[in-house]
Design a protein around this ligand. Structure first.
Ligand SMILES: *[C@@H]1O[C@H](CO)[C@@H](O)[C@H](O)[C@H]1NC(C)=O
Ligand SMILES: *[C@@H]1O[C@H](CO)[C@@H](O)[C@H](O)[C@H]1NC(C)=O
Ligand SMILES: *[C@@H]1O[C@H](CO)[C@@H](O)[C@H](O)[C@H]1NC(C)=O
Ligand SMILES: *[C@@H]1O[C@H](CO)[C@@H](O)[C@H](O)[C@H]1NC(C)=O
Length: 417
């Protein structure tokens, strides 16, 4: 009798233990994963076709799901993992992240989605991650970021988008991102829509480099405020349109560095723009801006160094204009800036020129009213004009040529409001 009881007790105990261990493991660690602890889970060996949401311990804080087969990240894919702080989805064949894919992760601080074929960051894909501070998106195939992609994700300190073929930034792509420390965009951007950075506030560094723009569109930076450093560098900026910087406010330093600029239709920084330092360094500016197009009252310190400007008859317009006046010291300006044209003075410091000997522009034909980025054409026409200034017949031809050129090469900015 005693023995039987003992046997029953033993069997029950073993059974219970075995059973509870069985349920414990199946509940708390998916078979494809290694659970280092109830807070750290690694599922990096591949083979997962679905996120094993039900089998993961709800206490997991650090979850790596790399190199699995998750082509689509559906809405609420991680719902319930309320303790999650760090999530890696690197190396998966993700092609789409649906709206609100990461909803319900109030403690998530770091999200990494790198080395995937993802092409588009869809609207609201990263919405509502209030506590996210780092989002790593490098080495994907991201060509486009749609509006409101990061809506409600307002505490991101770092967004890494390097090594993506990003060519277009949509209106409001980065809207509602406040307190971003660094936003570094990849090279090769061709279009930035108006209001691309709308309602971005308190940004440390916004760096736009190696772009290939046709134009800096009107209101590109509208709604962007409190920026420590905004830098546009090593890019073809095309034409800087009217209102390009309108609505950008409170910038410690705006840097325009080593770019090619076809024309400046307007550069208007009034007092409410409140730009502390405007540094214009090392740019090649192909056309002399109209004096009336430049307003820099709202800039505290302007530095114009190592830029190349046309030094034909328009040099007088430049030297008497607000840009050089804003730089305060004419001899300093002449010493530190260079000529881009005419050909015989290309690359020479302006100080080497005998400025008084350069005639003022008489012929308004090639000035201003020639379409914006046809300036290299304008330059060649200038050269031809010089050679054949007396030939009336040829001048008639040139007028015709000019009309044709203007017709085909007028890249002027579209007017928007
Ligand atoms: C990628 O996802 C598809 C499903 O769309 C799946 O069938 C395929 O095996 C995955 N490929 C790789 C290389 O993981
Ligand atoms: C967000 O992160 C901070 C620390 O960075 C933490 O104190 C806070 O509790 C977090 N919020 C939530 C909802 O967990
Ligand atoms: C410059 O901007 C201010 C305010 O944004 C505007 O009132 C003014 O008309 C602009 N000036 C020119 C010449 O566009
Ligand atoms: C202008 O710049 C030159 C060269 O940098 C300098 O020697 C000169 O003192 C400056 N003049 C004024 C008025 O600041």
């Amino acid at each position: 009798m005693y023995n039987t009881w003992l046997l029953i007790t033993a069997i029950t105990t073993v059974g219970c233990l075995w059973n509870s261990q069985q349920t414990e493991t199946s509940k708390s660690c998916p078979t494809e994963c290694i659970c280092l602890s109830q807070t750290q889970v690694l599922c990096n060996t591949g083979g997962l076709e679905q996120i094993p949401l039900r089998q993961l311990p709800p206490t997991v804080e650090n979850l790596a799901l790399t190199k699995n087969n998750f082509p689509i990240i559906k809405p609420d894919s991680f719902a319930g993992l309320r303790a999650l702080k760090k999530l890696s989805l690197d190396g998966n064949n993700i092609t789409k992240i649906k709206q609100f894919a990461f909803r319900g992760l109030p403690r998530l601080k770091e999200l990494s989605i790198q080395y995937t074929p993802l092409q588009t960051v869809t609207s609201f894909a990263f919405a509502g991650l209030q506590n996210l501070s780092t989002i790593l998106l490098s080495h994907n195939q991201i060509a486009r970021i749609e509006a409101n992609a990061f809506a409600g994700t307002s505490n991101v300190k770092l967004i890494l988008l390097s090594n993506n073929p990003l060519i277009k930034i949509d209106t409001s792509a980065f809207s509602s991102l406040t307190n971003v420390g660094h936003l570094i965009l990849p090279s090769g951007i061709r279009t930035i829509e108006s209001d691309a950075f709308f309602s971005m506030d308190s940004v440390g560094l916004l760096k736009l480099a190696y772009m290939d723009l046709k134009e800096v569109q009107p209101f590109t930076f509208r709604g962007l405020s409190n920026v420590l450093l905004l830098t546009l560098q090593e890019s073809d900026l095309g034409v800087i349109c009217i209102d390009a910087f309108t609505g950008l406010t409170q910038v410690e330093t705006l840097q325009i560095l080593n770019n090619k600029i076809d024309a400046i239709e307007e550069l208007n920084f009034t007092y409410n723009a409140n730009i502390k330092h405007l540094k214009v360094y090392g740019n090649h500016i192909l056309e002399t801006p109209e004096p009336s197009a430049i307003i820099i009252d709202g800039v505290d310190h302007l530095q114009l160094i190592n830029n190349h400007f046309p030094c034909g008859c328009h040099i007088h317009t430049l030297l008497e204009g607000p840009l050089v006046e804003g730089a305060h010291n004419l001899s300093d300006f002449l010493e530190k800036n260079f000529c881009i044209s005419p050909l015989e003075v290309n690359g020479r410091a302006m100080i080497e020129l005998d400025i008084d000997a350069i005639g003022r522009c008489q012929d308004q034909l090639t000035k201003g009213n020639l379409g914006s980025s046809a300036s290299s054409m304008a330059f060649s026409i200038n050269m031809i004009l010089l050679i054949s200034v007396a030939t009336i017949k040829l001048n008639t031809c040139l007028v015709l040529l000019y009309i044709i050129v203007k017709f085909f090469f007028n890249y002027g900015c579209e007017q928007k409001t």
